[in-house]
Ligand binder design. Sequence first.
Ligand code: BTN
Length: 254
Amino acid sequence: KAVLTTKVMGQEIYYYPQIGSTNNEAKKLAAGGCPEGTIVVAETQNTGRGRLARGWFSPYGKGIWMSVVLRPPFSPLEASKCTLMAAVAVNRVIRQVAGVYSGIKWPNDILFQGRKLVGILTEMSAEMDAINYVVIGMGINVNIEEREFPGEIAATATSLLAVSGREIDRRMFLAAILKELETAYHLVQTGGFTSILDDWRSQSITLGKNVDVIGPDHRYSGLAIDIDNEGALLVKTAQGVRKVLAGDVSIRPV
Ligand code: BTN
């Protein structure tokens, strides 16, 4: 029932009932020379990681905790293209297959009614001006019951089951994501990144909103007006337009 129709994505699959973090394992495999498209997927993670040194709740058998290894032929400055394309690809599948009208919060969270359905953690290794590998890690909250979320997460996270009332076959869902990812990646490599950007814009729930930008040592607010080709968010403030890089900031609606 779950048929993989991809040529690159998921041609090698490392499956673990339990692991520390699929991103860590994927980075090891990537450093060891595994082929592009290799994925690591686990039923549960003991030390799942999120952005900004946060953890990631990864209950057994309830989500898709997955990392994919890419070797994009472009400069490290363009690596965020991979993240943006991943967000667009996953959001498409959620809308089409799960029928949930989710949106993308910059840089790469997928939310439904303000709560997180998917988190994406991209990590890169580069030397000089060439990318060695990019690992895209995705945490997709699929069949988690509302009451299973620990207290501190319950306010900010949700799952496809909680919002749609339906259980989803994770293997079918993963196959659909890999297919969509492959299509998007092909587009990015053949000069079609602007169409990915357009999709990102149309699926974004950040653009057009007033946001607080919160960094380690600064904080300001403004209107999110666009993203640029490098995936930076452009925020219009009283002092002018500021370019926000995903690195170590978070944003939230004002
Ligand atoms: C975030 O929203 O902060 C990003 C969360 C990314 C979680 C996924 S789960 C699979 C992969 N392995 C990890 O340790 N993290 C990512």
